[in-house]
Design a protein around this ligand. Structure first.
Ligand code: THU
Length: 138
């Protein structure tokens, strides 16, 4: 699985977004170390707060299938599904990623057709709060 094909999987997943309220469609594709890809889209709700982001959909799908070792994540999004630049993960999704992924975990942000920017989780969530803090007994 190449970085480009993971980005393409995120773009395909975006087609399933259920976003009648914001009209922002988001897709995510999460690659496991075993080579499987779990995709996700945002799923909005008339009550607004139950809305779940694409990244968390992908992570929760994977974890609920027994996967915990992840290699890379690709994310894309845009109004009406038109990608006009990067669609960075929200803070809650960064925190969920920090539960399972190390600081060097790569996050690809799709910014156009066949183009993406590469970040590490630590760049997106500096000084993050993760499981190690609870294990350290501080
Ligand atoms: N959204 C995501 O799917 N991922 C993010 O990280 C940021 C926001 C969704 C939630 C909502 O359906 C729409 O984008 C607008 O906030």
């Amino acid at each position: 699985m190449t970085e480009r094909s993971l980005c393409a999987a995120a773009v395909a997943a975006m087609q399933n977004a259920y976003a009648p309220y914001s009209r922002y469609c988001v897709g995510a594709a999460l690659l496991t170390k075993s080579g499987k890809v779990y995709t996700g889209c945002n799923i909005e709700n008339a009550s607004f707060s139950p809305t779940v982001c694409a990244e968390r959909t992908a992570v929760f799908k994977a974890v609920s299938e027994g996967e915990r070792d992840f290699a890379m994540l690709a994310v894309c999004g845009g109004k009406e599904g038109e990608i006009a630049g990067v669609f960075p993960p929200c803070g809650v999704c960064r925190q969920v990623l920090a539960e399972f992924c190390p600081p060097e975990f790569p996050v690809l942000l799709v910014c156009g057709a066949d183009t993406f920017e590469r970040y590490t989780l630590a760049e997106l969530l500096p000084r993050g709060f993760g499981p190690a803090f609870l294990e350290s007994g501080v």
